[in-house]
Design a binder for this molecule. Sequence first.
Ligand SMILES: [Zn+2]
Length: 174
Amino acid sequence: MTLERYGFQSGDIILPGIEMPVRLGKGFYFRNYGIVPDLRGKTLQIAQELNMAPPTIDLRQEAYYGASARHLGIIKRGDRGSAVFVKEGLDMGTVIFDYGHESVHAVRNLGLEDQFAGFLRKEGFTLNPFETYSSEEQIAHVGGVLSLHKAGMLWFFSHPEVDPIREDLMASRS
Ligand SMILES: [Zn+2]
C-alpha cells in the first residue's frame, strides 16, 4: 500500500506508448507522471515526495539521444514501483517513442518480460527482444519502435541506435 499513497497504481494498468494492458500483482506499482518541464527537477521532486534520498532511486540517465525522458525504479518498504515521465517541448514522434521506450524499462523493473514478448507476438511480431539483444537500451528501443508503429508514425523518429532495431522488428512481422 505504500506507493498508492503517492499516486501509484497497482492492479490493471496500461503501459503508455506500447499500450500494453497488464495486471500488476501485490506490491508492484506504476505511475505515469506525464509531460514535465525538467527531468532532473522532476526526479528530485519525486525523491522528495517519496522521502527517498536520490541514491536510493535509480537515476539512470537516458544518454543516447539527449535525455528526453526517464524511468525511475523505486523500491520502498518492499514495494516495487516504476515511474515514467517525458520532457516537454518534444515533437509527437519523440514523445510516442519515449513513452514506449520507458514503458519497457518498466517491463524490466516490474518483471513483465514474458508478457511483453507475448504482447509483441499478439501485435504480429515474432522478435523476442530478450533473446535478441543483450543491452537494456536496445530492448527498450523495441518498445519505442512498437509505439511508433501502433501510432502509424513509424518513420517519425530516427536515431542511429534505434534505426537497426526498427529494421529488426519490422523484418519479424509474422
Ligand atoms: Zn532507456
